[in-house]
Design a protein around this ligand. Sequence first.
Ligand SMILES: C[S@@+](CC[C@H](N)C(=O)[O-])C[C@H]1O[C@@H](n2cnc3c(N)ncnc32)[C@H](O)[C@@H]1O
Length: 279
Amino acid sequence: MAKDVWARMDQDGMADPPEIDTTVAHSARMYDYWLGGKTNFAPDRALGDAVEQLIPTIRTMAQENRRFLGRAVRHLVREQGIRQFLDIGTGIPTEGNTHEVAQLADPTARVVYVDNDPIVLAHARALMDSSPAGRTAYLHADLREPEAILSHPALRQTLDLTRPVALMLISVLMLVADADDPWKHVATLLDALPAGSCVAVSHVTADFDPAAVGAVVDAEDEGRMTLVPRGRAEVARFFGDWELLEPGLSPVLAWRPDGAAPARPEAAYYWAGVARKRG
Ligand SMILES: C[S@@+](CC[C@H](N)C(=O)[O-])C[C@H]1O[C@@H](n2cnc3c(N)ncnc32)[C@H](O)[C@@H]1O
């Protein structure tokens, strides 16, 4: 399958693709598996199933995280007047990609996607399917190199960094180890954005069920994957001094739910929040 994808990319002028290693599980493909997608391989499914043994609701949780992305983007366009998005840790394209949600609310919305996984790069064309009035771009880059993201010509051609931008960090920071200081890299990104910009974060936590999430960390460790659940205070640090919008840093199910308030907001093990840079 990967060979076929590369053949198509060569046609598109995206030569020299990095290797896709399908012999070990990968976060993007496990997430795709839990969401019911088809871009996953045996090791992804094996570790995905092992995690499901530990957290039987993992598929619902992945869907809830994805729903948060949709609610946050709609809120950012409709209520915060944002028209530009920088979505880092994009994931394998699936229903409700950031540009689809944003452009439904405003067809002129512009989105730059960033991911460091070659399999996401292989599917980047699906992320480029912009409305004619808007624009999208895809960068194969790493959150741990924020300067390279910010100075990339494709980003500069797509986003105007003198106008508000929403930085989307949805279910990605937990894949960056403390040793790589994700707070420093996020601060670099936040500093580059003008007043009125927003940042949306969702982050896996062990706060709600330490035993189950601890067991998942061990399983992922064995599968050679990094997963760093973080507590509320550690997640709050990602927002710096930006103003958290209502309802603040919340269990993901409780962040501006579309319907009635959830009966058990802590049933999905994610913290979620959106903050705005003061003027
Ligand atoms: C769980 S998926 C989340 C996808 C999407 N944001 C969502 O919430 O639906 C995490 C994505 O982050 C990407 N990722 C992990 N570490 C990254 C890094 N250091 N830089 C850029 N992307 C990264 C993975 O490749 C994967 O596609």
